[in-house]
Design a protein around this ligand. Structure first.
Ligand code: NAP
Length: 239
C-alpha cells in the first residue's frame, strides 16, 4: 500500500548529468522516482546508487522521449506503478555544435524532437492526471543558450527557446489547475554533454557549474522555494 504522502517524480535524462544529480537529491527526500532515458545501463547504475542509501521506490523507464508513443508510455508506466505523478523534470536533451551552413533537416528534426517535442509529449501526457490531482509541477531544463547562444548553437538554442516559450504557456494554462511550472536555464555544466562538445581548454572546469548546483535549483522549484519564478526563465550563469 502506498504511503499517502509519497511524492512521485518523473525525471527524463536521469542516467547522467543534471537529471541524475536531481534524482539523487530527490531520493534523499524519499520521493518515489521514475528514471527515464534511452540507455538502460545508465539508468540501472543511477538506480543502484540511489538504492544504496535507501529512499522511496525507484523505477526505470527506458524510452526515447522524441517518440510520442514512448514518451506517453513513460507516463502510463508511472501512473500504473504509483497511481499519480507530482513532478515532471524534463532534463533529457541533446546538443550538437554545427556551423550555420551545415544545418540539415536531420539536425533540426533530431534536436527539436528531443529538446522540444519530447517535453511537450510528456507534459501533455501528464496533464489529465494533473487536472484530476489539482496539482503538479513541471521543471523544464532549458539553457542559457536560448538567450545567449554560443556560436555553433544555431539549432540547439532555437530548440531551447521553444522550450522557454512552452514553459510560459504551461504556466499560464496550468495556474488554474494548480500546476506550477519553471524553466531552469544554465550556462556550461560539467556533464558528459558539455565535455562531448568542449574540451577543458575551450571551457575550463573552474568556469562550469556543477550538475548538483543545477539540481539544487530544480529541487528548490519543486519544493516551493522559487514560487515567484513560476513561468519565468531562471538563468544560472557560470562562475
Ligand atoms: P547529459 O549528461 O548528456 O544528460 C542528458 C541525458 O538525456 C542523457 O542521460 C541522455 O541519456 C538523455 N537523453 C538524450 N536524448 C534522449 C532521448 N531522446 N530520450 C530520452 N533520454 C534522452 O547532459 P546534461 O548536461 O546533464 O543535460 C541535461 C539537460 O541540461 C539537457 O536538456 C541539456 O540541454 C541541458 N543543459 C546542459 C548544459 C551543459 O553545459 N551540460 C547547459 C545548459 C543546458 P541517453 O543517451 O541514455 O538517452
Amino acid at each position: 500500500m502506498e504511503p499517502r504522502n509519497a511524492i512521485v517524480t518523473l525525471i527524463t535524462g536521469a542516467g547522467s548529468g543534471i537529471g541524475r544529480a536531481c534524482a539523487l537529491q530527490l531520493a534523499r527526500r524519499k520521493h518515489h522516482l521514475v528514471l527515464a532515458g534511452r540507455t538502460e545501463s545508465k539508468l540501472a547504475d543511477a538506480a543502484d546508487e540511489i538504492l544504496a542509501f535507501g529512499s522511496g521506490e525507484v523505477m526505470i523507464a527506458r524510452a526515447d522521449i522524441s517518440d510520442p508513443a514512448q514518451a506517453r508510455s513513460v507516463v502510463d508506466q508511472t501512473l500504473e506503478r504509483f497511481g499519480r505523478v507530482d513532478n515532471l523534470v524534463n532534463a533529457a536533451g541533446v546538443a550538437a555544435l554545427a556551423p550555420i551552413e551545415k544545418t540539415t533537416k536531420e539536425l533540426l528534426s533530431d534536436t527539436f524532437a528531443t529538446n522540444t517535442f519530447g517535453p511537450a509529449y510528456l507534459i501533455a501526457a501528464c496533464w489529465p492526471r494533473f487536472r484530476t490531482q489539482k496539482s503538479g509541477c513541471v521543471v523544464n531544463v532549458s539553457s542559457l543558450a536560448s538567450q545567449d547562444p554560443f556560436p555553433g548553437f544555431f539549432v540547439y538554442a532555437a530548440s531551447k527557446a521553444a522550450l522557454d516559450s512552452m514553459t510560459r504557456s504551461v504556466a499560464r494554462e496550468g495556474a488554474a489547475l494548480g500546476v506550477r511550472t519553471f524553466c531552469v536555464n544554465p550556462g556550461g555544466v560539467e556533464t558528459p554533454m558539455l565535455r562531448s562538445l568542449f574540451n577543458e581548454k575551450a571551457i575550463p572546469k573552474n568556469q562550469t557549474l556543477a550538475p548538483e548546483a543545477v539540481a539544487t535549483v530544480i529541487v528548490d522549484c519543486i519544493e516551493g522555494r522559487r514560487e515567484s519564478d513560476q513561468g519565468k526563465i531562471i538563468v544560472l550563469s557560470n562562475p
